[in-house]
Design a protein around this ligand. Structure first.
Ligand code: NAD
Ligand code: ZN
Ligand code: ZN
Length: 385
């Protein structure tokens, strides 16, 4: 089969690789009909999250069941499903406590409680490096889906692939950022990053009752999409001091909630890069710092942007002084997916209005290039095998 294979940073190509096979009774083999490139894939592509050998990329995918193992109860050949990005066994301590991303069984080699940099991670993820289980991903013609009784969801016939594909990751992730913020209604929510995840968080914020949603991003074309699709206010940090702007928009107090949907690969200056090299940091924590500054006293900061190393001078003093509540992490997709399916089915949210590029899988390398370099006004790429 054909698959988008990571070889080394900056080098992903579509290669011929062996077809996946059933390895456990509760596996299915999925024939992919649609898959997307995620900002998280860029961390591997850019070398921020290490991967030493070839790996099939992709954790946002859906398709048609081509083969089901004898232990698969509710799926059979021909069923159309979406597959959440975390790989979860469904019965361990953490799966039983609604924390599928912490599954104790799906990443046997590198799982551990401490969360160390190189040898102690959470549960397995599709197409997301050896550290997260080394599972081949879904930017391919076929993929093996383990624990198929647990996370996959059948897709109603009346919904197209594009309408539901983002239930695998970015919509539940944006939703999670807002869910963690415990909105009561009327809050001012500032979302840093207007990439796919930030755009989904904007949609979630309105649905969950925000009074005001403000998007921050240095790329004018992404702010334009945020205004157009999600009717948010916008701030470009290249035009103005973003923290001052947020104070002046909120009576000098700051936002009720700040969301970091950027992560460690935020735009940075030469001096930021020097600091990272000197301190052995991966990327920058400057968006976190902006969130802690821009949020009001007693406010909430939620972080779905990915961080992969410690940072010196982390502003712990500000978190204490302002009495902030903070919440970080991967999205526990299966906790939300059924409710979110219903929102899509009922027409309460449109997810595919952020797609700018639909390419054949063969053009995956080009898709990565334009998504990473923000060329051709790229916001979200769907690949079709
Ligand atoms: P993306 O790279 O397309 O979006 C990031 C956006 O941040 C870009 O539009 C960029 O211009 C903007 N940005 C850069 N510097 C900024 C700054 N200083 N202030 C404001 N905005 C800035 O990626 P994406 O797909 O939207 O993903 C965003 C983050 O979410 C990534 O770190 C990704 O790994 C992470 N993610 C996390 C989860 C999870 O489960 N927690 C799931 C999916 C993605
Ligand atoms: Zn993703
Ligand atoms: Zn588990």
């Amino acid at each position: 089969m054909k698959a988008a294979v990571f070889h080394k940073p900056g080098d992903i190509s579509v290669d011929n690789v062996p077809d996946p096979v059933i390895k456990a009774p509760d596996d299915v083999i999925l024939q992919i009909t649609a898959t997307a490139i995620c900002g998280s894939d860029l961390h591997i592509y850019d070398g921020f999250i290490p991967q030493g050998k070839d790996l099939i990329m992709g954790h946002e995918f859906m398709g048609i069941v081509a083969e089901a193992g004898p232990g698969v109860a509710n799926l059979r050949k021909g069923d159309r499903i979406v597959v959440p990005f975390p790989i979860a066994c469904g019965h361990c301590y953490f799966c039983a406590h609604d924390l599928p991303t912490a599954c104790e069984n799906s990443n046997p080699e590198y799982y551990g409680p401490e969360g160390n940099l190189m040898n102690n991670k959470g549960g397995g993820l599709f197409g997301y490096t050896a550290l997260y289980g080394g599972y081949p991903g879904g930017q391919a013609e076929y993929v093996r889906v383990p624990y198929a009784n647990v996370s996959p969801r059948k897709v109603p016939e009346n919904l197209t692939d594009d309408q539901v594909l983002f239930l695998t990751d970015i919509f539940p992730t944006g939703w999670s950022a807002i869910d963690w913020a415990q909105l009561k209604g009327g809050e001012t929510v500032v979302i840093f990053g207007s990439g796919p995840v930030g755009l989904m968080a904007q949609k979630a914020a309105w649905i969950r009752g925000a009074g005001r949603v403000i998007a921050v991003d240095p790329l004018p074309y992404r702010l334009h999409m945020a205004e157009l699709r999600n009717k948010v206010e916008t701030i470009n940090p290249n035009d103005t001091d973003v923290v001052e702007a947020i104070y002046s928009m909120t009576g000098g107090r700051g936002a009720d909630v700040c969301v970091d949907a950027v992560g460690m690969e935020a735009e940075r200056s030469f001096m930021d890069k020097v600091k990272a090299v000197v301190n052995v940091e991966k990327g920058t924590d400057k968006v976190l710092e902006l969130c802690f500054k821009a949020v009001r006293r007693g406010g909430i900061v939620t972080v779905v942007g990915v961080y992969g190393s410690p940072f010196d001078n982390f502003p712990v003093h500000r978190i204490f002084d302002k009495g902030l509540t903070i919440r970080f992490g991967q999205a526990n997709v299966t906790n939300y997916i059924d409710d979110l399916f219903k929102l899509v089915e009922d027409g309460k949210v449109i997810l595919d209005d952020i797609v700018t590029h639909r390419l054949p899988l063969q053009e995956a390398a080009h898709g990565y290039h334009i998504f990473k370099h923000k060329e051709d006004d790229c916001v979200k790429v769907i690949l079709k095998p």
